[in-house]
Design a protein around this ligand. Structure first.
Ligand code: AMP
Length: 286
């Protein structure tokens, strides 16, 4: 017999009712927020959570407020049945899949806004994106009240923004950031990879290849960010159907660009492959 799907609830009240007895028993509750269309990247977070905590809660919510007006909210993949099957082997205690009206009922008027680190990179390319992210993550953390919440390195800036919010608002939760899961050829797993044609799938490798190039250069002793970025850019210039959004070598904490690589850095990239916008990043230690 295949393992049973985890319990699924759609309302905040049901989440509270389910978790109350676990909390009363002193169980350590771990939480993995997602937008569904689950792949091994998401499942690695679930697996780590299940290993480190007594109870694992997963949310599946395609959050409209983090998508811009011309972005892919409508076509974003929604595969709840398959997601529940994918979660079955992990012993997940609860899946919360709210409707939009449950999260944003009539009259909703509050936003959680983080400054500084949201103004760069993704924040600049996707105005309003992080306001949507921080508001929904703050709500989900309040709903689930986990001791630990798990995020992926894949969305590195998001993890920095969430950590900043948690510190600044004294939210009683520990944030764990887990490694990016990649295909064998290096492509970072993403729900948006489903949009790519086989041809585009090959071109999408430009992102991970450019990051590997940056890592090699740094390991060979190159230190000037402009040189590293120039070599990376050449890879994009060779791909007519890949349009670069940004490339950066940044400080892992502040996300500000560094001129010289003197300690650990994170190399960030964002590019369009056809109509699909992809991001990736790599932490590199000199
Ligand atoms: P999403 O459903 O895209 O909002 O992602 C939910 C969580 O999964 C976020 O914390 C992401 O950073 C994380 N995630 C997405 N892709 C990957 C990946 N390839 N490896 C590790 N974590 C990932």
């Amino acid at each position: 017999m295949p393992p049973a799907s985890p319990p699924l609830v759609h309302t905040i009240q049901e989440v509270r009712r389910h978790l109350e007895p676990l909390r009363a028993e002193g169980e350590r509750i771990g939480f993995v927020p997602t937008m569904g269309a689950l792949h091994q990247g998401h499942l690695s977070l679930v697996e780590t959570c299940a290993r480190e905590c007594d109870a694992t809660v997963v949310s599946i919510f395609v959050n409209p407020t983090q998508f811009g007006p011309n972005e892919d909210y409508d076509k974003y993949p929604r595969t709840l049945e398959k997601d529940l099957e994918a979660l079955a082997p992990y012993g997940v205690d609860l899946v919360f899949a709210p409707a939009v009206e449950e999260m944003y009922p009539q009259g909703f008027q509050t936003q959680v806004l983080v400054g500084g680190v949201t103004e760069l990179w993704e924040g600049r390319s996707r105005p309003g994106h992080f306001a949507g992210v921080t508001t929904v993550v703050a709500k989900l953390l309040n709903i689930v009240q986990p001791q630990v919440a798990y995020f992926g390195h894949k969305d590195y800036q998001q993890s920095v923004v969430v950590r900043r919010m948690v510190r600044d608002l004294d939210l009683p939760v520990q944030i764990r950031v887990c490694p990016t899961v990649r295909e064998e050829d290096g492509l970072a797993l993403s729900s948006r990879n489903a949009y790519l044609s086989p041809q585009q799938r090959k071109q999408a490798l430009t992102l991970s290849r450019s990051l590997q190039l940056a890592r090699e250069m740094i390991h060979q002793g190159r230190r000037r960010a402009v040189d590293i970025l120039a070599e990376m850019k050449k890879l994009y210039d060779q791909q007519p159907d890949v349009r670069l959004d940004y490339l950066a070598v940044v400080d892992p904490e502040t996300l500000l660009p560094v001129e010289e690589v003197a300690g650990p850095v994170v190399v960030l990239c964002a590019a369009w492959v056809g109509q699909t916008r992809l991001i990736d990043n790599l932490r590199v230690e000199p």
